[in-house]
Structure formats: structure tokens, C-alpha cells
Ligand binder design. Structure first.
Ligand SMILES: Cc1ncc(COP(=O)(O)O)c(C=O)c1O
Length: 355
């Protein structure tokens, strides 16, 4: 699979792929209003952690049902700063799921803690949030949620990011709420934690030139806040569109050799991941036919050289390995049409067979 960097470089206005994976320009209706606000900002000089960031933080917190949001410069930083703010460090273990993106585990390692992997389930390929919250409450453990791919998703009717001590979000352009560059946020209901996160993102200072601790440089910039503020009111409709398009895929692929996602009603389908026979050949055939499918993630965490020092035994994570070998993601973005979905599903069925 292409690296993250090279997969992003597929996204161009002149993309001629039949069904591309991303369609960023379509997310900018009423562009003149946004560019007008950006022009004003450029002349105001309020570039970093300015008023637009404060406004976006308030509306994002309201959107996800959290008390406070802290704007940061990426989802990766949200994870690192969240763990740091929770006091996690050397001597601690942090449990996470074996089929996650690199950043989840990177953050654990970055604060000096030991990552402990748990295999995902073999049905929905996740970890059970009810059991996790019960476990953390019973043992007095901290809970940080990596919601990077799940802005607007719900579990049992409640928005993700609000179950634990802190929720971490990515606004990478490919996400359900995407900036025009890197951005992220942490949300929390604990005022002390919010203050600590604000201090950490700004070089450990709450007041200029008084550095209470060695922090990070991880402030959201105002241009990204303006972009996010422009898109936020459209998020619910986009997530609904994602769900409807996913439902259409699921109906179109029913009864075939393709295994469709077993997802609950609150899922926002940042990806539509399927299990297919002969995955690599199927992927190649889809791409040759102009369907911009992709594998997330072909090398699971337990097999990544970056974490070799942790001696993970891949045999302990058979479900993560199974996904790495058998899953692929079909294009799914809110501005796709039902006809796009039918075209992709038809192409896939013509490759793997209809029953
Ligand atoms: C599960 C997960 N965690 C963390 C991140 C990191 O987010 P960012 O790219 O904003 O640093 C991502 C982004 O791809 C992700 O998918």
C-alpha cells in the first residue's frame, strides 16, 4: 500500500480516477465566505491560538457534548499531550488495540510508557467500550479515547470522546471533519486536565515567559480553525451521508463472498472496510478499474520495526493479522453519489463473483 504521504499525494483536483478516495474540493461550498474570513485573518495577524481557535474550541466542545476542547496541531499530538497530562510516563503500561494506526502506539512510547496490545474482536474489529469503561472504573484507571477517525460517532447514543478522562481527535484532511492541513483537538470534562493540556501545548506556559514545565509546541493555528469552523455545521449531514452510502454498499454486497462491516448505528464510516477473497489481487483489479481502494493497515503494530523493542509476538494478535492480510477499504466520502457506490460494488462483484 502507498505510505500515508504518498496516499495523500493522490489527492489532486485533476484526479481522473473513476471513484477517488478523497474529494476535498467538494467540501468547500460557500468558499467565498471562508476565503473572506481568511483574508481578514491574514491582515489581522491573529495567527496562532487566536479568536478563531477559541470560537472553534467552544463550538467543537458543544458539538461532541464535552465541557472543553483544546485546539492542537494534530491528532498525534492530542494523544501524546493527553497521556502526558494524565501523568502517564516511565513505569506505566498503556493498553490499546492491536489494529490501530501507528500514532496511538507512538504516543504511548513517546511519553516513556510501555504499550500493551489487545487483539481486536473478530466481528466488528474493535474493543468493547462498555467493558473498557467498566474496567477502568473498577480499577481506578485513566481512559484516553483515540477518536481520530470518529468525529461525530456515537456509542450507545453518546458521542465518543466523552466516555473517558480525555478524548483525542484528528482533523487531518482525510478525516470526517478535516482541516486544510494538520490539526487536532483534545476534549475533557476535567478542568485541571484542560489547564494542563493548554499549558503543555504552549511550551509549558500558562502565562508568557513563565514556563512551569517542559511542554510542546502544539498550538492550533487560526487558519485551520476558520476552515474547521466553516465545516463543522455540515458534519452531521456528512456523517449521515456516510452512513447511508455505507448501507448501500452493504445491501449491494449482501450474499456475495465479500464480508461487510458489522457496525452499530453510531458508526460514521470514516472507512468502509471489507474482507475479500485473494485481497492483493482483488485490490489490484479494483485499482486497475479506477476504484481508489486502499489497505489500512497492511503491517500491523506488532510487526512494525518502530516497536521491535517491545517484542510483540504477532501470534498473539491473530485478528489484527487477519485484517492486515484480508481487508481493504472501498472509497467512502460524503459527497459520493449512490451511482458511485453502485459502480464500486459492481466492479468488486465482477472481480470476486456475485455469490
Ligand atoms: C487512529 C488514529 N490515531 C491517530 C491518528 C493521528 O492523527 P494525525 O494524522 O492528525 O496526527 C490517526 C490519523 O490517521 C488515526 O487514524
Amino acid at each position: 500500500m502507498p505510505s500515508r504521504a504518498s496516499s495523500s499525494s493522490w489527492v489532486t483536483r485533476s484526479d481522473t480516477r473513476l471513484v477517488p478516495r478523497y474529494g476535498y474540493p467538494a467540501q468547500f461550498d460557500d468558499l467565498a465566505a471562508l476565503t473572506g474570513r481568511i483574508s481578514e485573518l491574514l491582515l489581522s495577524g491573529d495567527y496562532i491560538l487566536g479568536k478563531p481557535v477559541e470560537r472553534f474550541e467552544r463550538s467543537f466542545a458543544a458539538q461532541v457534548g464535552a465541557d472543553t476542547a483544546i485546539g492542537l496541531n494534530s491528532g498525534t499530538d492530542a494523544l501524546v499531550l493527553a497521556l502526558h497530562a494524565l501523568g502517564i510516563g516511565p513505569g506505566d503500561e498503556v493498553v490499546t488495540v492491536a489494529n490501530t494506526f501507528h500514532s496511538t502506539v507512538l504516543a504511548i512510547v513517546r511519553v516513556g510508557a510501555v504499550p500493551v496490545l489487545v487483539d481486536c474482536t473478530d466481528t466488528d474489529y474493535m474493543m468493547d467500550l462498555d467493558r473498557i469503561t467498566a474496567l477502568t472504573e473498577r480499577h481506578g484507571l485513566a481512559l484516553a479515547e483515540d477518536c481520530a477517525q470518529a468525529v461525530g460517532a456515537r456509542w450507545q447514543g453518546r458521542q465518543v470522546g466523552t466516555f473517558g478522562d480525555v478524548g483525542c481527535f484528528s482533523f487531518h484532511p482525510s478525516k470526517t471533519l478535516g482541516a486544510a492541513g494538520d490539526a487536532g483537538a483534545a476534549v475533557t470534562g476535567r478542568p485541571g486536565l484542560a489547564d494542563r493540556l493548554r499549558s503543555l501545548r504552549g511550551l509549558g506556559q500558562l502565562e508568557q515567559n513563565h514556563h512551569l514545565e517542559a511542554g510542546y509546541s502544539s498550538r492550533m493555528d487560526s487558519v485551520q480553525a476558520l476552515v474547521l469552523e466553516h465545516k463543522l455545521p455540515r458534519l452531521d449531514a456528512w456523517n449521515l451521508a456516510r452512513r447511508e452510502l455505507a448501507g448501500r454498499y452493504t445491501r449491494a454486497l449482501a450474499g456475495s463472498a465479500v464480508r461487510v462491516p458489522d457496525a452499530g448505528p453510531g458508526h460514521v464510516f470514516h472507512m468502509y472496510q471489507v474482507i475479500v477473497p485473494d485481497r492483493d489481487a482483488t485490490l489490484a483489479a479494483l485499482r486497475a478499474a479506477g476504484v481508489d481502494a486502499v489497505v489500512r493497515y497492511p503491517v500491523p503494530i506488532a510487526r512494525q520495526p518502530a516497536f521491535a523493542a517491545h517484542d510483540f509476538d504477532p501470534a498473539d494478535y491473530p485478528n489484527a493479522d487477519f485484517l492486515a492480510e484480508n481487508a481493504l477499504c472501498l472509497p467512502l466520502r460524503p459527497e459520493m453519489t449512490p451511482a458511485d457506490v453502485d459502480l464500486v460494488a459492481d466492479t468488486l462483484l465482477s472481480v470476486v463473483g456475485r455469490s
